[in-house]
Design a protein around this ligand. Structure first.
Ligand SMILES: *[C@@H]1O[C@H](CO)[C@@H](O)[C@H](O)[C@H]1NC(C)=O
Ligand SMILES: *[C@@H]1O[C@H](CO)[C@@H](O)[C@H](O)[C@H]1NC(C)=O
Ligand SMILES: *[C@@H]1O[C@H](CO)[C@@H](O)[C@H](O)[C@H]1NC(C)=O
Ligand SMILES: *[C@@H]1O[C@H](CO)[C@@H](O)[C@H](O)[C@H]1NC(C)=O
Ligand SMILES: *[C@@H]1O[C@H](CO)[C@@H](O)[C@H](O)[C@H]1NC(C)=O
Ligand SMILES: *[C@@H]1O[C@H](CO)[C@@H](O)[C@H](O)[C@H]1NC(C)=O
Ligand SMILES: *[C@@H]1O[C@H](CO)[C@@H](O)[C@H](O)[C@H]1NC(C)=O
Ligand SMILES: *[C@@H]1O[C@H](CO)[C@@H](O)[C@H](O)[C@H]1NC(C)=O
Ligand SMILES: *[C@@H]1O[C@H](CO)[C@@H](O)[C@H](O)[C@H]1NC(C)=O
Length: 387
């Protein structure tokens, strides 16, 4: 769930939702042959695909099965915003018991290893308050988010999952010489923290990005791209861009997949048999964007014995931006934050719809109140997605 490079932070402008339109069907057959004189050719993946000109945000349906997920009258509504600060960018967790969504900002600002970055800000929003506010109007609302004040040894939170044994589970990208880490955080006051891993046999990770637990186990899997270095707040990478497996009961850490440019989001199918890694390779940070690099979700089999990731194949390549945070619903549909909103593929890798914002969505989380979308400077709620 990174993409939190300078350009991406500035790019997350908010398109306000006045009276949101319902789902709009876009028949792919109508756009298979547009001809050389088409006025909407996209020569950059930063430009969204919006052939019907419907005002965003709205729901794009590329396959009618998507309506089974959204329902016929779903809408996208803004629930919190903070223009000018990408407060809603990373590491969303839904704590069902407390009905809270906890998440982190993008990493922007003046302090840090190179003097460019401040620590990330961790926030929470009370979904009970969101529900009450949404019920009182048909438009957008703006709920107060609270800042969590975590211990100083937990900085640059970038990915999350949980609750894990009652705690929030985060990975941090580290900051300057403070090592990247896997951290448990108490979801209730005083929000105390315990770092459970900060090295690979004495070597610092590059900048951990995202983490998930393999369903049915307590085993943690996380990604380690060099975004901290590309972003100017970590030393030069000293490990390849890999995916690791960590068994907290034995302390054993091992690499279970490599050959990525910038491995980012991670997710498992509900049955734990397949894994998904997003590669945000086109965002080279200070090296610039290069559209010939991956914006790709890779799928793997999870070896039932070793839990290594095998049989790598392309699951999907996104037409817009790059897939960032990734989550599956209980039916195996795959959701990922991309350059123009949240894209949804069925379990075969067919794009069936988008929650189209016309701006970058970095991540999402399923809650009792629907799908909550992190859009950098704003958070959105989509009323009726199943989880
Ligand atoms: C495209 O536009 C040019 C210039 O107006 C015209 O000559 C040509 O016939 C058009 N091509 C098509 C396929 O419409
Ligand atoms: C991309 O398209 C825009 C608008 O049509 C044009 O201004 C720009 O020069 C094009 N860029 C490239 C690299 O072709
Ligand atoms: C929607 O779901 C129902 C029930 O599972 C199924 O029968 C129907 O075929 C689905 N519709 C589409 C368009 O996939
Ligand atoms: C970064 O921290 C400095 C010093 O606390 C503060 O002045 C600045 O506003 C911060 N920047 C951001 C983007 O939060
Ligand atoms: C969330 O808000 C509701 C309604 O105001 C309140 O009853 C509840 O205690 C809040 N939850 C937390 C964890 O603060
Ligand atoms: C975090 O600290 C700020 C500033 O001291 C305070 O306003 C805020 O209430 C604290 N957050 C929580 C959840 O206690
Ligand atoms: C928080 O502190 C309590 C009381 O000391 C302890 O039982 C708990 O394990 C701590 N949780 C974390 C995540 O550090
Ligand atoms: C993009 O990457 C390719 C392959 O490395 C390289 O050939 C090309 O010059 C790069 N393009 C830009 C614009 O940097
Ligand atoms: C989408 O955003 C782009 C800027 O990224 C803007 O030029 C365009 O008008 C927007 N499209 C719609 C339909 O709002």
């Amino acid at each position: 769930m990174t993409k939190s490079l300078v350009g991406a932070i500035l790019a997350v402008a908010l398109a306000a939702a006045a009276s949101p339109p319902g789902p709009v069907y876009i028949d792919p057959l109508l756009y298979n042959d547009v001809g050389a004189n088409y006025t909407k050719w996209r020569n950059s993946s930063a430009i969204g695909f919006n052939p019907t000109n419907t005002a965003p945000p709205f729901i794009q349906v590329f396959d009618r099965s998507f309506l089974n997920i959204t329902g016929p009258s779903a809408t996208i509504r803004k629930i919190a915003s903070n223009p000018g600060f990408a407060f809603a960018h990373e590491a969303p967790i839904y704590v069902q018991d407390l009905n809270l969504v906890i998440f982190a900002s993008a990493r922007g600002g003046a302090l840090g290893y190179s003097g460019w970055y401040n620590n990330s800000v961790v926030s929470m929003i009370n979904m009970t308050e969101v529900d009450m506010a949404l019920a009182s109007t048909t438009g957008d609302v703006n709920i107060q988010v609270q800042t969590l004040n975590l211990s100083d040894d937990v900085q640059m939170l970038n990915g999350a999952t949980g609750p894990y044994k009652g705690d929030l589970l985060f990975v941090t990208a580290g900051r300057a010489l403070l090592p990247p880490s896997v951290v448990r955080v108490n979801p209730s006051p005083p929000y105390n923290t315990t770092v459970i891993l900060d090295n690979f046999l004495g070597r610092q990770f590059n900048s951990l990005d995202d983490i998930k637990i393999l369903p049915g186990t307590d085993i943690m899997f996380f990604t380690d791209p060099p975004y901290g270095w590309l972003g100017g707040f970590r030393p030069e990478p000293m490990l390849p861009s890999q995916v690791y497996r960590f068994d907290p009961s034995t302390g054993q850490v091992r690499v279970i997949a490599d050959q990525f440019v910038l491995p980012n989001g991670i997710a498992f199918a509900p049955n734990g048999k397949t894994a998904f890694i997003t590669d945000t390779g086109i965002y080279g940070g200070l090296l610039g964007t290069n559209q010939t690099f991956p914006a790709t979700i890779y799928q793997f089999d999870v070896d039932p014995t070793t839990q290594s990731f095998t049989n790598r194949r392309v699951f999907a390549y996104t037409d817009s931006g790059t897939p960032d945070g990734i989550h599956l619903d209980t039916n195996g549909n795959v959701y990922s934050g991309c350059g123009d909103g949240i894209h949804v593929w069925n379990d075969e890798g067919t794009l069936i719809g988008k929650f189209f914002l016309n701006s970058t969505a970095s991540d999402l989380i399923f809650t009792k109140s629907g799908l909550v979308i992190l859009e950098g400077t704003a958070m959105k709620d989509h009323g009726s997605a199943k989880s």
